[in-house]
Design a protein around this ligand. Sequence first.
Ligand code: ZN
Length: 155
Amino acid sequence: MRTSWMLLAATAFTAALAASPTFAADDECTLTIEGNDQMQFNKEEMTVPASCDSVTVELEHTGEMDKQAMGHNWVLTKTDDYQAVAQEGIQAGLDNDYVPQDDDRVIAHTEVIGGGETTSVEFSTEDLAGEDLTFFCSFPGHPSIMNGTFVIAQE
Ligand code: ZN
């Protein structure tokens, strides 16, 4: 009996998902980006539709070097804030993922990862549409090369 109840519950859950209203498709709201051992991201611009209530960014380190030598993270701030946050992130240190703690300027960030690792962060797009946003890796020495524009595209 227990098994059939669980099957029923699973079926109901699937049906509820299928019937959910027409928010933007999940895949539109999930972006992936890669960092490598050459201190490069594979994207200079990332775009999501404004219809995404939240965005998930998946960061993959495609290299082999460890995070002490060639760590990467993904940090999002307003473009006006990015250089100051990157600078202060150095003092925060690897234990804090090179991100200033409890800092309102940091809209979202992942942990620092090394080669072969993957991480992700999910954040709300509330109040971000139309803002001039920059993403970057805050590992010391990386922000000036590993950065790009983050766009929340209005329909
Ligand atoms: Zn990096």
